[in-house]
Design a protein around this ligand. Structure first.
Ligand SMILES: [Zn+2]
Length: 464
């Protein structure tokens, strides 16, 4: 009898413990709760009154707010009622520090713009201090407008990396290799040495992915292009290159190699997984087939291409061929901002206009290009690009309660055709809150802006 009572008591305790475990929410670092969650996952899941549970650097659950609150308790919580919660945006092509050249020279063709303004300005101003100030200003703008990962091609990339980490952003950062002497390397051989040291320093960083950035096929000889590619292959890091951007580049490739830029690079053995080509404007169907077969990613930069009148990239053809294509702003000198919402909207409008077909690029596809397709173009889609358990917690929230956003029938439509960077309320990268209710926590906004303004006279003098 006594034994029976004891057994019964033990069973009761066990049952109660199980019940308690079931009803006790697990503690996690952060819960973002309320509003509409647009996951951009494979099932296109959109959750009304949803929530995201984050623990450390990763997402642990994406569900209704009710289910999340039953299962998780956040040490920190953010109420996002009335907002849209979405994956952080991925800018697949920029030159962050060039924000300091914003508006320096507009309304010019690429060659004149480059040779009369950008290259001379860079020759006289680019230094570690310049890159630090510029990248800091760019990081502030990116955090404020919802970019959580950016792909950079510039000089003194170790400075870019230090600022990126301090700001808390994720970066794929490419050390530039170019044939002529530049601020951080007298020769391409020097640049390759610099790139290797940079890769070694940041190889296992949680936020920075180091990369090699051979500038373009027309600014580098064949051996240097090959050496750049070999270096990135040796360390398993990405290769970033400007590719088929203008008609001039096509002409150069034709004159020098009787080839297209894509076919020429392929003949060098340059193209393969891990290569990201920026622009890809002037490509034939054969070029697109090569890019697809080699697993090359492409960054589409509609605003830069339109502003410099470089041409219209055949984005619908890339999509049909299932090339991994992301979206970028390019540097602020040719855009003139880093707002990825604007990039989405311009991409969607440009391709409808160019093809006389409103179905050419849907809002859904534009959003994917700024998130999961961009992640695929970078080979990072297992880690970022959508809101799913086990992916890194890179997410943003945007307000939808203003006149401009009312009414809202379809959140995806709003994200592309209505929302602006200024509507971003919270920016979270790797589980860290970088901006909360529009207050940036990792950078001193006033100081960063004042520092950026401090460069005006020097830059102006450089192009006088
Ligand atoms: Zn560029």
């Amino acid at each position: 009898m006594r034994i029976r009572v004891l057994a019964l008591a033990a069973a009761t305790v066990l049952a109660l413990a199980a019940l308690w475990a079931q009803n006790t929410p697990r503690q996690v670092s952060l819960v973002v709760s309320g509003g509409t969650v647009v996951t951009v996952d494979a099932a296109n899941r959109v959750i009304a009154n949803g929530a995201v549970a984050v623990d450390g650097a990763d997402i642990v659950a994406v569900d209704t707010a009710e289910n999340i609150s039953r299962q998780f308790r956040g040490r920190e919580t953010i109420d996002t009622s009335g907002q849209i919660v979405l994956p952080g945006l991925i800018n697949t092509h920029t030159h962050a520090a060039m924000v300091l050249f914003r508006g320096l020279a507009d309304d010019l063709a690429l060659s004149e713009w480059l040779t009369k303004y950008i290259f001379p300005a860079e020759a006289k101003t680019v230094s570690p201090e310049f890159v630090r100030s510029g990248t800091r200003l760019a990081a502030l703008e990116m955090i404020e407008s919802g970019t959580t990962t950016f792909v950079d091609m510039y000089y003194f990339e170790e400075e870019v990396a230090a600022v990126t980490k301090a700001a808390g952003l994720r970066g794929v950062l490419g050390q530039t290799v170019i044939q002529f002497p530049v601020a951080d390397a007298k020769t391409p051989a020097d640049a390759l040495v610099r790139a290797e040291a940079f890769i070694k320093t940041f190889k296992d960083d949680p936020l920075v992915t180091p990369a090699v950035a051979p500038h373009a096929m027309y600014t580098l000889d064949g051996p240097t292009l090959k050496a750049s590619r070999d270096l990135s292959k040796r360390y398993g890091v990405p290769t970033l290159i400007h590719l088929a951007e203008t008609r001039d580049e096509i002409q150069t490739a034709q004159e020098r190699f009787k080839s297209s830029p894509v076919a020429y690079l392929d003949s060098l053995g340059f193209l393969g997984p891990g290569v990201l080509g920026a622009h890809g404007v002037w490509v034939s169907d054969a070029d697109i087939a090569i890019l697809k077969s080699r697993g090359v990613g492409v960054s589409h930069n509609p605003e830069s291409n339109m502003k410099l009148a470089s041409g219209t990239a055949p984005v619908p053809a890339y999509l049909r061929a299932e090339v991994n294509i992301g979206l970028g702003t390019d540097g602020a000198a040719s855009n003139n901002d880093l707002d990825m919402f604007e990039a989405m909207r311009v991409a969607a409008l440009l391709h409808k206009h160019a093809s006389a077909d409103p179905r050419a690029l849907s809002a859904r596809t534009a959003l994917e290009m700024a998130t999961i397709r961009g992640a695929r173009a970078l080979g990072m889609d297992k880690r970022i690009g959508s809101l799913e358990p086990r992916k890194h917690a890179d997410l943003i929230t945007v307000s939808t309660d203003g006149a401009r956003q009312t009414p809202m029938y379809d959140p995806v439509s709003h994200l592309v055709y209505v929302i602006r960077g200024d509507d971003v309320q919270n920016t979270i990268v790797n589980g860290q809150v970088l901006m909360r209710d529009r207050k940036v926590l990792t950078l001193d906004e006033k100081a960063v802006i004042a520092e950026g303004r401090g460069w005006i006279e020097k830059v102006r003098a450089a192009v006088r």
